[in-house]
Design a protein around this ligand. Structure first.
Ligand code: F6R
Length: 248
């Protein structure tokens, strides 16, 4: 879906999530952080404040977290989620699942997270952003992709790009823990948001490129229920004008 601007991308993405919660009040949402979904979270908060949505039965799982940052660190993804969404709506703390950036037993923590995901019946709708290098979650380009939750070395491009949120590039963690490609691909529905010229090449490769571990987002071509919602800038490198392309 090609929207006029970022605000429309955020609104369209928020509508997908709101419809999902309306249809199934105990929906399981897969959530992303980063710059892209901030507008969408604002729309969800506005909708909650207007009395149009109830998060009390909603469960969430976040895609990823930086290794080494405790939940209370202002750049942690846990902090991001509470700041932008969770503290502003009536979600129950026990229904929020975010991988910890600091832990004692890696295997035990991963097993617990994945078991919760299975016990909840899987993700109804997974929200994704995309890295300029094609990463989704922090599944970075590689000669192989990992199915389950795992620790990754962040690509140099990712560290550079995320340094805009830190004082110095040296402060950006170089490792993260992320849901794997299998967990993402298991979601019943996926919505990927992107805006701006810097994402145009990535969106082109996601939709029109070959499916390759060198560009993880290209695997979304194999998922039966994906919506890619972009602004005109992010859509500007698309070549094919397929029948399933909607310009709004
Ligand atoms: C964040 C995540 C990442 C981001 C991606 C784009 O939880 O999983 O894949 O979605 O790095 O980040 P922004 O939106 O900052 O361009």
């Amino acid at each position: 879906m090609i929207m006029d601007n970022y605000d429309q991308v955020s609104l369209r993405g928020a509508e997908e999530i709101l419809n999902q919660i309306k249809k199934k009040p105990d929906s399981v949402l897969g959530l992303a952080t980063g710059g892209t979904p901030i507008g969408l979270y604002e729309k969800l908060v506005q909708s909650y404040q207007s009395g149009n949505v109830d998060f009390s039965s909603v469960t969430t799982f976040n895609l990823d977290e930086y290794i080494g940052l405790p939940a209370e660190h202002p750049q942690s993804y846990s902090y991001f989620m509470w700041n932008h969404l969770f503290s502003k709506v009536n979600i129950q703390k026990r229904n929020v699942h975010i991988l910890p950036g600091v832990f004692n037993n890696e295997q035990e923590m991963i097993t617990r997270f994945e078991k919760k995901l299975i016990d909840c019946g899987g993700i109804d709708i997974q929200l994704l952003g995309i890295g300029t290098n094609g990463h989704i979650g922090f599944n970075e380009p590689s000669d192989h992709l990992t199915v389950g939750t795992h620790i990754v070395e962040l690509a140099y491009e990712t560290v550079t790009s995320n340094s805009r949120f830190f004082n110095r590039i040296d402060d950006v963690p170089t490792k993260a823990i992320t849901m794997g490609m299998g967990s993402i691909m298991n979601a019943k529905k996926i919505i990927l948001l992107a805006n701006g010229k810097s994402k145009a090449e990535a969106i082109n490769k996601t939709i029109e490129g070959k499916v390759s571990t060198d560009f993880p987002a290209s695997f979304l071509q194999l998922h039966p229920n994906v919506q890619i919602i972009v602004d005109r800038d992010a859509a500007s490198f698309l070549v094919e004008k397929g029948a399933n392309r909607i310009s709004v």
